[in-house]
Design a protein around this ligand. Structure first.
Ligand code: AMP
Ligand code: ZN
Length: 109
């Protein structure tokens, strides 16, 4: 079972900031910004390449927006990143959105 599935099952600890039937959000263990959250579907999907369900993709993005509001970075700004595959540096093959903010972020393009 993948590490994020284990987090979903609470088999390994995480700092959960949001949970419902379909989605879990928790703090990244190695934060790359003052606010760095990961938002995942509870159901395992390897990456965006395998994602088919419009509804869950929409819910993940809307949840990221709500968490940005909750963590008070809506106005200052934030990035949402989905690393997909080797060249993007995807390490964990369970679809996740990174929500980054709380400070000025480096631009990579
Ligand atoms: P990615 O390169 O998009 O696959 O990023 C995976 C992210 O998961 C990295 O930012 C890691 O710091 C984070 N990560 C790995 N293990 C854990 C964990 N146990 N709890 C929280 N975040 C984790
Ligand atoms: Zn998984």
């Amino acid at each position: 079972m993948c590490i994020f599935c284990q987090i979903v099952k609470k088999e390994i600890p995480s700092q959960i900031v949001y949970e419902d039937d379909e989605i879990l959000a928790f703090k990244d263990i190695q934060p790359k910004a003052k606010v760095h959250l990961l938002i995942i579907p509870k159901k395992h999907i390897n990456s965006l390449n395998e994602a088919k369900n419009e509804e869950i993709l929409g819910k993940l993005l809307l949840r990221a927006k709500e968490l940005a509001k909750e963590f008070k970075i809506s106005k200052s700004g934030y990035k949402i990143v989905i690393n997909t595959g080797k060249d993007a540096g995807q390490v964990i093959f369970h679809l996740h959105l990174h929500l980054l903010g709380g400070e000025e972020l480096k631009s990579f393009f």
